[in-house]
Design a protein around this ligand. Structure first.
Ligand code: NDP
Ligand SMILES: N[C@@H](CC=O)C(=O)O
Length: 345
């Protein structure tokens, strides 16, 4: 069965999924019976391509490598190049829209409007963009349901590490009393590299080059990215109605390599920790750097790896460790959701 896709945003993560679809096309068809066909790609800078019969992804990636955008993709009858983002969402013959534009930490836009337009056009949405889920998940889920389509967002927390499906599906039946984790790849990578002697700016530059950081890395280093993930976990996993203003937030931008050294001399490591706790006064959530003792399992999570502990009443604490950011890892997060979307239809 063919399942048609439209990419809205074609940066690191979009290209990560494209590479997976090129490498595994036959295997995906044989194993899951689904022939993923990319019919549209639109990106602010790189341009737009649409073809009802499907684009040749290998030629797309070659055009991108050669010219940095999509202009070198060969012309053919039926190829459309002049659609803007909203037109692509509305007119594309795609079954599923992949919303992989930048995360806006104030408004969640234009991604929220992209999701709404997709649902109104009876298309599923799969996204890694945290804005719409942190700010409007309930409204979007209701709109998806009203239109008989699906919204999926596994990659919004810990990229391709299943931090949402694990508690929602496998840990079902427990009450989760608290969640604690290292939830940002960029800052965890930076803290490790600063421990190894790099300056703050050098460490940030490396994280950007590796594709971990947000388009505006202020979101990573000032803790907004973790704040959004904390809001998503509280609302989606714990069923709360937390808003971004309910979460205490502090970033790592004031930390220096000297602070790393000092912490180590006290048998501790600086980590940016997100916490959600059920208290007698309701839910309490925060994001802040903490000096964790080296005996704390979270202190050994290094680089772009992340970890999350769900403190469950029946199964006890369960910790999941895995990539928190990265191009193939987050491309894979989109694939997990696509496979769930196609098998549920
Ligand atoms: N990288 C990672 O490890 C992870 C990323 N995410 C999330 O996934 C999303 C994508 O990340 P990533 O690929 O790394 O980011 P990039 O910045 O590499 O890619 C985003 C792309 O979207 C394009 N874009 C922006 N606005 C629009 C628009 N209105 N219409 C069409 N295209 C648009 C950008 O174009 P231009 O460059 O011209 O502005 C850019 O090419 C983000 O929301 C991020 O938070 C989630 C988990 C992990
Ligand atoms: N910038 C984020 C990407 C994933 O959400 C991070 O570094 O964790």
């Amino acid at each position: 069965m063919a399942h048609k896709l439209a990419f809205i945003g074609f940066g690191g993560v979009g290209q990560g999924l494209a590479d997976i679809l090129i490498d595994r096309a036959d295997w995906l068809k044989e194993s899951f019976g689904t022939d993923f066909q990319v019919v549209s790609i639109t990106d602010l800078y790189k341009g737009t391509l649409h073809h009802d019969e499907g684009l040749d992804l290998t030629k797309v990636m070659t055009a991108l490598r050669e010219h940095g955008d999509l202009t070198n993709y060969p012309d053919e009858p039926g190829l459309v190049r002049d659609w803007d983002t909203l037109t692509t969402i509305q007119k594309s013959s795609a079954d599923t829209i992949l919303e992989i534009t930048f995360t806006d930490i104030e408004t969640g836009q234009p991604a929220i409007d992209h999701c709404k337009a997709a649902f109104e056009a009876k298309k599923n949405v799969v996204l890694t963009n945290k804005g719409p889920i942190a700010l409007a998940v309930k409204e979007l889920e209701a709109l998806a349901q009203a239109n008989g389509v699906q919204l999926s967002y596994e990659g919004t927390v810990m990229s391709g590490t299943p931090a949402l499906r694990l508690p929602q599906e496998t840990l079902k039946g427990n009450h989760i009393n608290s969640i604690r984790g290292i939830l940002n790849g960029t800052t965890n990578y930076m803290l490790k590299r600063m421990e190894e002697g790099l300056s703050y700016d050098e460490a940030l530059q490396e994280a950007q080059e590796k594709g971990y950081a947000e388009a505006d890395p202020t979101s990573d280093v000032e803790g907004y990215d973790v704040l959004y993930k904390v809001v998503i976990l509280a609302n989606v996993v714990l069923g709360e109605t937390l808003t971004k203003d309910d979460v205490y937030r502090e970033g790592i931008s004031h930390l220096t390599p000297k602070d790393m050294e000092q912490a180590l001399s006290n048998n501790c490591r600086w980590k940016l920790v997100g916490r959600i706790e059920q208290t007698s006064n309701g839910i309490k959530a925060s994001v802040a750097p903490e000096q964790l003792p080296l005996t704390d399992p979270l202190s050994s999570i290094s680089g772009a790896q992340n970890a999350i502990t769900y403190d469950c009443d029946l199964s006890g604490p369960i910790t999941l460790v895995g990539a928190g950011a990265g191009i193939p890892e987050t491309g894979f997060a989109l694939l997990i959701d696509l496979l769930h979307t196609t098998t549920q239809q």
